[in-house]
Design a binder for this molecule. Structure first.
Ligand code: HGY
Ligand code: MN
Ligand code: MN
Length: 416
């Protein structure tokens, strides 16, 4: 039987104010979106603001070598905290909720507990992890991967973006290359609130997702090299056109996902032609391919089909291929005890709930390597995310944050 916290609830207006204030940093003019790519000046400004709120609560702050920030309720004893958190970096066309909601709702939970004077056997902590999006520095979930011991700090610090900027230098530049060691301390448990970013909860009219796990992710960068030549004088039979190969690959990725069906998705999100001129057959094309599936065996079969097709179509067109793996994470299953806690607390609070996998990657998938982990989802309006129109209703935000509060309190009094 879980302790009775009566009517303890978060302060919804305070949380909405924090979301709006953070969303104003990197705001994209004329839209409701924001752009705070990892380790940019905008990311720094967002970090500084959230750190101010953490310090205002008197939390113990820990910044590690990859720039992860963990804020823990002060107190005696050295029991591992129940941790929550997410990320505050965004994609270039981001919304105000992806990642931000998990960090600010975590902060709100801690402020609610402190103000209510709730005594707990172990502290609560809230974190924001560096470069969750992977949109500037791949792989995604970089900070939480290092925190969980999945990547050595030295390797992470050397990662470059497409302009040659280096993670370690950018962390120095924005003042977030911390001294706390990595991997980070193992939490007692980790639970993350996040917008669903897809249509499932909204379509089902359900308010709370008890997330079972995260699907596998496979990111590949292809560099296709042919021969630039005159668009007017060069007969088609003479061409070695990487643009044609890229276009065929783009169509194939879509057809492959439809052929496998089920959870399979495939995306070509970035493509750069060089020299990118109207009257020049391109010499080189760089493109990215994102493949995901909830099942590892199926994902590997899809990757094999994709790799074989790329080799075949490039050879037919006399184009050379260079491949670079940007990210590869197997599907993860969350801890049943945490999933059940999310479900129980959602029901106790009167919310509808269902179990579901996550289509998006999350820091929770890295924390699940080191401690009992789960997630709480709330609906995305029109199932849209990674888009400036991303939106979640205040009532759903309130519901998600209160389920997070109750789940964290329960985990704090649960021995695993
Ligand atoms: O790519 C993802 O799923 C996450 O948004 N980083
Ligand atoms: Mn996210
Ligand atoms: Mn995202």
């Amino acid at each position: 039987m879980t302790a009775d916290y009566g009517s303890l609830a978060i302060d919804t207006d305070r949380l909405l104010r924090h979301l709006a204030e953070l969303g104003d940093i990197g705001a994209i003019p004329g839209t409701t979106g924001c752009a705070r790519l990892a380790l940019t000046d905008e990311d720094k400004a967002g970090r500084d603001l959230v750190l101010t709120w953490m310090r205002d609560l008197g939390l113990d702050i820990r910044i590690d070598g990859i720039g992860n920030v963990v804020a823990t309720m002060p107190g005696e004893g050295d029991l591992a905290p129940v941790m929550t958190g997410s990320h505050i970096d965004t994609v270039a066309t981001g919304g105000k909720y992806d990642g931000n909601l998990g960090v600010l709702a975590g902060l709100e939970v801690i402020e609610t507990v402190i103000r209510a004077g709730v005594e707990l056997p172990r502290p609560l902590a809230v974190a924001f992890f560096t470069d969750e999006e992977g949109a500037r520095f791949a792989p995604d979930m970089l900070g939480s991967l290092v925190y969980a011991g999945g990547m050595a700090l030295e390797g992470a610090l050397g990662i470059e973006d497409s302009d040659g900027a280096v993670v370690g230098d950018e962390l120095e530049r924005i003042g977030y290359r911390g001294t706390a060691p990595t991997p980070g301390p193992t939490p007692h448990a980790y639970v993350e609130l996040h917008i669903e970013q897809g249509p499932v909860l909204e379509d089902a009219g359900i308010g709370i997702g008890a997330v079972e796990g995260v699907q596998g992710i496979s990111w590949t960068e292809l560099t296709l090299r042919g021969q630039s030549c005159h668009a007017g004088t060069t007969p088609m039979r003479m061409r070695r056109d990487p643009g044609l190969v890229a276009a065929r690959i783009c169509a194939f990725v879509n057809d492959l996902a439809l052929e496998f069906g089920g959870a399979q998705v495939g995306t070509v999100g970035a493509m750069t032609f060089r020299p990118n001129l109207v009257n020049v057959v391109p010499s080189e094309v760089t493109m990215t391919v994102d493949l995901r599936n909830t099942d590892e065996v199926t994902l590997r079969a899809v990757e094999a089909r994709f790799a074989a097709y790329v080799s075949d179509v490039a050879e037919r067109e006399g184009v050379d291929v260079e491949r670079r793996i940007l990210a590869r994470f197997e599907p993860v299953d969350f801890d049943d005890r945490v999933i059940e806690s999310v479900e129980r607390n959602a029901r106790d609070l009167g919310y509808s709930t269902r179990r579901m996998p996550s289509g998006a990657g999350h820091d929770a998938q890295m924390l699940s390597r080191i401690c009992p982990t789960g997630m709480v989802f709330v609906p995305s309006v029109n199932g849209i995310s990674h888009n400036v129109t991303e939106y979640t209703e205040p009532s759903d935000i309130e519901a998600g944050a209160n389920v997070l509060l109750r789940t964290m309190l329960e985990l704090a009094t649960t021995e695993f």
